[in-house]
Write a protein that binds this ligand. Sequence first.
Ligand code: NAD
Length: 494
Amino acid sequence: MSVNALISNYFTTGALSDLPSDHFIDGVFVPSERGNRMESFDPGTATVFGDFAAGTAADVDHAVSSASAGFALWRDTPPARRCAILMEAARLMRAEADWLAVVESLDSGKTLTEAYGDIHGSARLFEYYAGAADKLDGRSVNLGNDNAAFTLREPVGVTAHIVPWNYPTSTLVRGIAPALAGGCSAVVKPAETTPYTALMIAELLIRAGVPAGVVNVVTGTGQEAGAPLVQDPRVRHVTFTGSVATGVGVMQAVAPNVTGLTLELGGKSPLVAFADADAEAVAEGALWAIFSNAGQICSAGSRLVIHRDLHAPVLELLVKKAKALTLGHGLRNTDMGAVNSERHLAAITAHVEHARSRGVEILCGGQATSDPETGKGWFFEPTILDGLSAQDPAIQQEIFGPVLGVQVFEDEEEALALANGTEFALAAGVYTKDIATALRMARRIDAGQVTVNDYWAGGIELPFGGNRKSGFGREKGLEGIDAYTRAKAITLAV
Ligand code: NAD
């Protein structure tokens, strides 16, 4: 079915046929052992469009057993074969991009264009790590003539992937692609509001040639399905993306088993604009740094830290651009889609209401709203809060929605102090024409990645991750494989 037919079919019936709705374990879809179900909402209409299995510890146990058997097969699959299979997965993802993107948009609320970007970016992730699968060499080490010494890079074993709802496909694939390339097996727990694309991608991987059992998906809640997964002693690495509070809980839960952990948590990333920067470039950069994916991005540029001289011209442009953004159902492909859930919309609204009540100046937006075409759905207006102090809650707390906080500085030291002035340290952008200022700031800002004069520059080839409360470990890039392999040292006395 063409993408237009899929969309018009959905708007007519309010449902999508052929959605997977059970766990994916040992290469097949299986219902929950207890038979429990959950519903998934379309955030663009605030109505249910499908249901799915609500997993419990019994399903997790089944999936981890399957992944343990799968690991024994996959570990011994020749690297060149793993490479070919992951390349085929990339090809299938591209071939099925329409179906995947429609489901991703519908489940998450994001626009269709954003969903296509996620699907094609994820196909690239499979290609990138396919290219690495047969290059995971060890090294030979010179201990003198009495020993031959070398290292092997071995897969860590069964890995668990706890995935959030803002990037259900991209976050999943940036975890499982390097895990599979390195020879690990996986059990995935998607977010409770976005279960479908993980199930579809697991099934696609089997068609690409991944043996049954190597990739498994258990859907359900964090408490019922996520917690038993991360606590299972057969799991040797957990990759978690989500909130700080849950991440801290996962860290404590894996400690007794001494399980490896990657934590990709929140952010409150600054876009720092110096007086010499181009006002139009700053306004355009700041617009998409915060309003892409309705601001539900851990690395969103949620703070504009701007020199006093540039404040008026940039804010004039930025407010105009923000007011011109169109909002609406993700499948109608407006500029900005819905936020993911009613609960999350309430949380964003509460942040902005608190700001209003303490007298913060709201330059635009500030209200929950709905799809102008239907009057339905969970939307929040593009919002800009001006003149915030360093300790303002809207600066210190992650809002995770389309809400930009503006902070003004006088000189470079103050800019740096403001940029580093939260407990997060994930990403940062610097806008200036002066290369020395750019380099000084890039070195001194505490963050996993700093971009200059293009907030979203970069790609899957670069490592991504945070410091301090933004987490630890790196995903993407060749560094992304490190968590899934470990070195073994071997010596042979001769
Ligand atoms: P969350 O951290 O509660 O959930 C993320 C994932 O963890 C989900 O799959 C969830 O089911 C799972 N989970 C929850 N409890 C678990 C447990 N005890 N053990 C194992 N897994 C568990 O995030 P949320 O409630 O969906 O969102 C709340 C806030 O988190 C957002 O407002 C935002 O600030 C932040 N967030 C950050 C990211 C990110 O990319 N860093 C993504 C989503 C949400």
